[in-house]
Design a protein around this ligand. Structure first.
Ligand code: FES
Length: 150
């Protein structure tokens, strides 16, 4: 994320510590994670100590201090999805993306996580990508779904 882009976001908000969370959320949403240079810049501009920003970024699940892909894949491994073959879906997603749960690929295209229930068990097995639910997944359907993301 370049400095100009970071500054543009910071300049949209009043230059005081009360803007901190809003600015971090916008950087997170633009960039999918908070790079070190971004939080250093925010710290400098808002006069908020770096360790306070790091603490907030670690505490709230909405933020990531490690690189994240442009698209977040959540494969549901809850009981209802599990009995309908979620493991085979996860295997297929791992094959297609080359990453395991908790990882992000080199091109920062996908991040992969497993979850315990996405609240729509009747549609299982379920995969959620960037918040969109893909129900009744099958290994053969997985490639078709993933190819819509770039
Ligand atoms: S167990 Fe997968 S959505 Fe509930």
């Amino acid at each position: 994320m370049d400095k100009d882009k970071i500054d543009k976001i910071i300049e949209k908000y009043p230059s005081d510590p009360s803007s901190l969370i809003q600015i971090l959320l916008e950087i997170q949403s633009e960039n999918h994670w908070l790079p070190k240079e971004a939080i250093e810049r925010v710290s400098e501009k808002l006069q908020v100590p770096l360790n306070r920003i790091q603490h907030i970024a670690t505490f709230y699940k909405a933020f990531s201090l490690v690189p994240k892909g442009r698209h977040e894949i959540h494969v549901c491994m809850g009981t209802a999805c599990h009995v309908r073959g979620a493991q085979r879906i996860l295997d297929r997603v791992e094959d297609l993306t080359g990453i395991k749960p908790g990882e992000t690929d080199q091109d920062l295209k996908f991040s992969l996580e497993t979850v315990n229930c996405l609240g729509c068990c009747a549609l299982g097995p379920v995969v959620e990508i960037d918040g969109k639910t893909h129900g009744k997944m099958a290994p053969a359907k997985t490639a078709d779904v993933l190819k819509n993301y770039d």
